[in-house]
Design a protein around this ligand. Sequence first.
Ligand SMILES: [Zn+2]
Ligand SMILES: [Zn+2]
Length: 176
Amino acid sequence: MQTIHLLAVGSVPNGMLDRLAAGLARTLRVSCRVEKTVLDAAFAADIERGQYYSTAIIARLFSANPPAGHVLLGVTTLDLYVPILTFVYGEAQVSGPCAVVSGHRLREEFYGLPADATKLDARLLIEALHEIGHTQGLRHCQDWSCAMASSHSIELLDLKQAGYCAECAARMEGRS
Ligand SMILES: [Zn+2]
Ligand SMILES: [Zn+2]
């Protein structure tokens, strides 16, 4: 993996992408670029669910045809879903170049708690590492503290570290 391109999907708070890019660059030691364009996600909206179909967003990202070695990561605050689940924090192409991650359910406010910008950034970094791991061919990990652990609740997500276990880290290295 040479470069991660971060692209806003819908409007995203000021600085969110820059902070995520800095976190990813620091953790993965890979160059990160925040794209100036914003992808309007209206095409992926499900009006009844009030959510956005993550697989459709990934397909749209993929149509940009990212060159080999580049990862295109959509970042959104919209609530994402796939038809079989009530929601997803993100989705990725396994061994493909595109992924999307949402901060919607990573906000403390979503759980009726006071806003915590630091917590939101930390969770978003973990979820971005998770989806980027999938793009590099990584599967779910049994180590609950590894970024590649599967998490369907914020409690499980908060057990994860902003990094990979030794086994997943070795797989990431083997890919770069
Ligand atoms: Zn996953
Ligand atoms: Zn792992």
